[in-house]
Design a binder for this molecule. Structure first.
Ligand code: ADP
Length: 383
């Protein structure tokens, strides 16, 4: 039913109530509930504010009718009370109706996202199984039809298929732990720079087309969960490569601050539109690209859980087709030097560190430490 049709029905309801009260019923009779009928109808189709306005119109009509009929003043308050109660109940009904509709919409969106997610998991799993089977088939060939080169290709296919499947299973296990509120980190003494070198070296192997550069101090010791922070860095760097063209630069920047460290990962890729930036950290949040980039949409959700489990935060600055810059703030109790960082830094402190990291990240970065790889000719345009 359109708004105009509903409005016409409500007005017709009020008109009918006036006709019945004054034209059909004898003398000084006013049936106030007749004015409430249009309000009852309105609460089934309109938003709470419109229902409240309808209830006020009904109450005004009642008061006007009572005046015309010269009803005694002692009767009025009871009539008005009936409208206050009726108005309150109908507005509440409308509020709840809206809440149920929103809930149903959210549920249907989540169901849809879950279905898309299951499709992606099945797709990725099928890809890894296909790789493994292709490799196994090649190795199963009769020895005279095999060569050393073919065996190497077969083993590479099996290794890649297996590690793809293992990554997928790890993501699923982490997602289940986050969902159950059982995602924990176990911080220990570590050097963030040493870890970053390992991750960058690994990522260079898998993304030979990209120039991955590390800009970091010589050492950056602190208390963090080494495996989890490695997983976070690997996810950010592999995303940076996945969503940018071969040959482009990916810059990993580590900086120390008085209460911990910051990690920045910048690429020059397809970027993320502003309206998509908030939801990429939600579960199953793949942005539809219409391409065949593998992924489940869990990586950034898990990365966020890792940063937050350390008392930190992850954020992104990006614009479509202008690259993305992810910033992770990782507090470390062990590194706290000032009083303000002695306990877990508060939100305001994290905000300040994030602002400083972003300002540095978008304008001043130059690699000062490049590990095994192409020469650093990187120069980032200020965005
Ligand atoms: P996945 O990469 O497996 O889809 P993620 O949770 O890691 O899942 O990322 C969620 C979405 O965020 C991706 O689908 C992609 O659209 C977007 N995204 C993440 N990193 C980048 C990036 N560096 N550049 C552009 N888009 C990105």
């Amino acid at each position: 039913m359109t708004t105009i049709q509903a409005l016409l029905l409500v007005v017709a309801g009020f008109a009918a109530a006036v006709v019945v009260n004054f034209g059909v019923l004898p003398g000084d009779h006013i049936v106030s509930s007749l004015y409430l009928l249009p309000v009852l109808f309105a609460c089934h189709v309109w938003r709470p504010r419109a229902v409240a306005v309808t209830a006020m119109a009904a109450a005004s009509l009642y008061i006007a009718s009572a005046q015309v009929e010269e009803r005694p003043l002692t009767v009025w308050p009871f009539g008005v009370l009936a409208f206050v109660i009726g108005g309150y109940l109908t507005v509440q009904f409308s509020v709840q109706r809206e809440e149920i509709a929103r809930h149903a919409e959210r549920e249907s969106e989540e169901r849809q996202r879950l279905q898309v997610f299951m499709g992606m998991v099945a797709h990725d799993l099928a890809g890894s199984v296909t790789n493994i089977m292709a490799g196994a088939d090649m190795l199963a060939e009769a020895p005279e039809r095999r060569s050393e080169e073919a065996d190497r290709v077969a083993i590479a296919a099996i290794t890649s298929g297996t590690s793809q499947a293992r990554r997928l299973l790890t993501d699923l296990r982490d997602a289940a732990a986050i969902g159950a509120g059982q995602f924990n980190v176990a911080p220990g003494r570590m050097d963030l720079v040493e870890l970053a070198r390992e991750i960058v070296a690994e990522q260079r192997l898998g993304n030979a087309g990209h120039m991955i550069t590390l800009d970091a101090p010589d050492h950056l010791p602190g208390d963090w969960d080494r495996a989890r922070v490695g997983q976070l860095m690997a996810n950010l760097v592999s995303n940076a490569c996945k969503y940018s063209s071969a040959g482009s630069e990916v810059l990993v920047v580590l900086r120390a601050w008085s209460g911990g460290a910051t990690i920045g990962v910048q690429d020059q890729g397809i970027g993320i539109a502003p309206d998509e930036q908030a939801r990429i950290f939600e579960p199953f949040a793949r942005v539809e690209r219409g391409d065949d980039v593998p992924g489940t949409g869990l990586g950034l959700w898990i990365s966020k859980a890792i940063a937050e489990s350390h008392g930190g935060r992850i954020s992104v600055e990006s614009a479509a087709h202008r690259g993305s810059s992810f910033t992770v703030i990782l507090p470390s109790a062990e590194r706290a030097t000032g009083e303000q960082d002695a306990a877990r830094p508060d939100e305001a402190r994290i905000d300040a560190v994030e602002r400083a990291a972003r300002a540095g990240g978008s304008t001043q970065l130059r690699p000062n430490l490049v590990i095994a790889g192409p020469p650093a000719t990187y120069a980032m345009e200020p965005r």
